[in-house]
Design a protein around this ligand. Structure first.
Ligand code: PMP
Length: 361
């Protein structure tokens, strides 16, 4: 008799729904916090040449020495701190979770937040605690500190700015949590380029702090490169779980080159921040839309009949993210990534039509 998945696979994995990525071909794609601008032509040509010359018959440099040196300089990594590289920051989260997954270990975050914290805790077989944010999505320091005492988590993940809410948590509240945590606190700065705030320079002050970054939102989502910065004593342990060639030859070479032209991605991030402010005020002016302030490259907003509005936008060729139904605090919420001025214009026009259609229906 054939073996069934039910008899072999862990029940918590059987219960999981795979991370859903909807098809987006031909759509105005504003669902995944990508940078809408490609690389300038001269840099594209250089990238082409780098790919052509790369020794693809050989395994990548396992230590990614050249790329790490570039990252140290671009990130202005504080002296004495080390870096772990991952195939996206998702992989970094997984490495941390696997390393800390002692029997009975707990991972803690807030909710609503980035869903992979919970999912990866499940992959790693740890417990998971999500402490609700306040109604305005600010950090509830009292409730979080109480949860730290009650659950003694091995790791706390805090996204700064938070996804999907877009806000930066209060610095003092974050520090209180870092000081009270019995284990590690990983500050996930995926949206750093749009935030103008960071915990990187506090690594020396807090021995249990780690800071995570990614190149995905900055403009290199297709390369898959995430990183963790922190004290050598932690990075050294996590390195043991990193699969030997997790960062490909092409990723290493292209990321190193593009980061060497730091102005390009920094200018694009500045343009995205300007567009975020323009889109925010436009959305604020639309009746029936409640908009939440954002320090990231996306905006969370609330409407009536969010499912209908989301479907309507899709039928007008605009793909955003529907969060309605994903968490009670996100009832009626949709999240739009800041695109080019043209894309944002198409989104706003389509949103106007959908809101009118749902009101009329
Ligand atoms: N952290 C946060 C808060 C995110 O929103 C995302 C992507 N949506 C990630 C990490 C993962 O990014 P990547 O794996 O592309 O580096």
């Amino acid at each position: 008799m054939a073996i069934k998945p039910e008899s072999l696979i862990r029940p918590e994995i059987l219960d999981l729904k795979a991370y859903h990525v909807p098809p987006a071909r031909g759509m105005v794609k504003l669902d995944a916090m990508e940078n809408p601008y490609g690389l300038p032509e001269d840099l594209q040509r250089e990238v082409g040449a780098i790919a052509g010359e790369a020794a693809l018959n050989r395994y990548p440099d396992p230590g990614a020495g050249a790329l790490k040196a570039r990252l140290r300089e671009v990130l202005a990594l504080p002296r004495g701190m080390e870096v772990l590289l991952g195939n996206g920051s998702d992989e970094v989260i997984q490495i941390i979770a696997l390393a800390c997954a002692k029997p009975g270990a707990v991972i803690l975050s807030v909710e609503p937040t980035f869903v992979m914290f919970r999912m990866i805790a499940t992959f790693a077989g740890t417990g998971y605690v999500g402490v609700p944010l306040r109604e305005d999505f600010s950090l509830d320091a009292e409730a979080t500190v109480a949860a730290l005492e009650a659950h003694r988590p091995a790791v706390v993940f805090l996204a700064y700015p938070n996804n999907p809410t877009g806000n930066l948590f209060d610095e003092q509240a974050m520090e209180r949590i870092i000081e009270s945590a019995p284990g590690l606190v990983v500050v996930d700065e995926a949206y750093h380029a749009f935030a103008g705030a960071s915990f990187l320079d506090r690594l020396a002050r807090f021995p249990n702090l780690l800071v995570m970054r990614t190149l995905s939102k900055l403009g290199l989502a297709g390369l898959r490169l995430g990183l963790l910065a922190g004290r050598g004593e932690w990075i050294e342990q996590f390195e043991k779980l990193r699969l030997p060639y997790n960062v490909s030859t092409l990723t290493q070479a292209v990321a190193e080159r593009v980061l060497g032209r730091g102005d390009v991605l920094a200018d694009q991030a500045a343009a995205i921040r300007r567009e975020r402010e323009a889109l925010f005020s436009t959305l604020q002016g639309i009746a029936g839309v409640t908009t939440y302030p954002s320090r990231a490259n996306f905006i969370l907003f609330r409407v009536n009949r969010a499912d209908d509005v989301f479907r309507g936008l899709k039928s007008h060729g605009v793909l955003i993210k529907n969060l309605h139904g994903s968490h009670p605090m996100l009832a009626g919420c949709l999240r739009v990534t800041v695109g080019t001025p043209e894309e944002n214009g198409l989104f706003v026009a389509a949103l106007g039509k959908c809101l009118a259609e749902t009101r009329a229906a």
